[in-house]
Design a binder for this molecule. Structure first.
Ligand SMILES: [Zn+2]
Length: 376
């Protein structure tokens, strides 16, 4: 069991509150940087070394906090994010920090300031113990996870190359489960151009972009295949201008989930190959995988079994699951054994009901600490 003082739920919750009360929507780099300032100051105070990587493309800065371990060995990469989906003002209006029984509410408390904080607290305990006989641990806080990590993906992949394990502090799922497989995510934009005409006097000259789109939507959705785990959702669509004009333009936005890169590449190729039914309509489709999927590998299975044993020692049953959602773990799982969903248990991610279960804080923080202490 841990050779450092146990965690206190009240102390962890106080710290989580202080992180939640700095609102940090992905789209507001200044706000995300305020959050980075706070984490950087706390990491420095705990004796961790800090690297701050300037943001780009309108996103905030990324932070890498590190505690030394044995030298010249690959370490443990803890993946976390500073950003949330909640706009500034959510805290004052729709989702104030509050505690009701075992639940604590707040913007980003579950996804994922709670999880980021408990991992940070575990690292801090090791830093304070002065132990250096373990693997080095680096916690990467990125600024843009909620939009697919466009400005941090290369940094995540670079850090994963010097890691032996990756632990992702995304929220625990469905009763505290962690994630051992995730679907990949692809996005596409479809544009169709037909030919406008008066719907009364020149109907025969028109080529309806919306009629073409309707057929394409049915074909795209028919690519959903429960046997392979591919799902296709045409989530947004529109077109046309007036009831009495044959529509010249139509568009759709498509989200596809795939179980692994091989099936994903084939499914992406099928979407990109769609052809118009009406030869007088032109169709352009652009997009592709923005996060590859992954399935449980032998390395992930071994890491999971180790975590399960530690959880049993702490006093809870750890279960793994596969999920359709994407996270930064998708970028690392193909090359480094990765466990995701190691954050706090709760519910309501991305909603005004976002909450954590306070009783999960100490067991989950202890599991992260024990992983850092025992992984070799
Ligand atoms: Zn998240």
């Amino acid at each position: 069991m841990p050779d450092v003082a146990p965690f206190s739920a009240a102390d962890l919750l106080d710290e989580i509150r202080s992180w939640v009360e700095i609102e940090s929507p992905t789209t507001d780099a200044t706000a995300v940087n305020r959050m980075a300032d706070k984490v950087a100051a706390e990491a420095a105070a705990a004796g961790m070394s800090i690297r701050r990587i300037p943001g780009r493309d309108g996103y905030g800065d990324h932070l890498l906090a590190e505690i030394p371990g044995r030298r010249n060995v690959p370490g443990i990469l803890v993946l976390s994010h500073l950003d949330t989906v909640h706009p500034i003002g959510t805290l004052a209006k729709d989702l104030p920090f509050r505690v009701e029984g075992d639940e604590a509410y707040g913007p980003g408390i579950y996804d994922m300031k709670g999880g980021a904080l408990i991992a940070f607290a575990a690292m801090r305990k090791i830093a304070q113990s002065g132990r250096t006989d373990m693997l080095p641990v680096r916690q990467l806080f990125v600024s843009d996870e909620e939009v697919g990590s466009p400005s941090s993906r290369a940094i995540i992949e670079e850090e994963a190359r010097r890691a032996r394990y990756v632990l992702v502090t995304e929220p625990a799922r469905e009763g505290g489960r962690i994630v051992t497989a995730r679907k990949g995510v692809a996005r596409f934009n479809l544009k169709i151009t037909g030919r406008a005409a008066h719907s009364g006097s020149r109907h025969q000259d028109g080529r309806s972009a919306l009629r073409e789109l309707a057929r394409q939507i049915l074909d795209l959705e028919a690519m959903t295949d429960s046997a392979t785990g591919v799902t296709v959702n045409v989530g947004v669509a529109g077109g046309g201008t007036r009831p009495n004009v044959v529509p010249q333009e139509a568009f759709a936005e498509i989200d596809m989930r795939v179980p692994n890169p091989e099936i994903g590449d084939a499914a992406v190729a099928r979407v990109l190959a769609i052809k118009p039914y009406d030869p007088d309509c032109t169709l352009t489709i652009a997009g592709g995988l923005n996060r590859p999927g992954y399935e449980k590998s032998p390395g992930i299975e071994a890491l999971f079994q180790h975590a399960k044993t530690l959880a049993a020692e702490i006093g809870f049953d750890l279960e793994g699951m596969s999920t359709g959602g994407g996270s930064d773990g998708n970028f690392t799982a193909a090359t480094v054994p990765t466990l995701d969903g190691l954050g706090v248990d709760g519910s309501g991610a991305h909603t005004h009901e976002e909450r954590i279960f306070i009783s999960s804080l100490v067991p989950r923080a202890t599991l992260l600490l024990r992983l850092m202490e025992t992984l070799r």
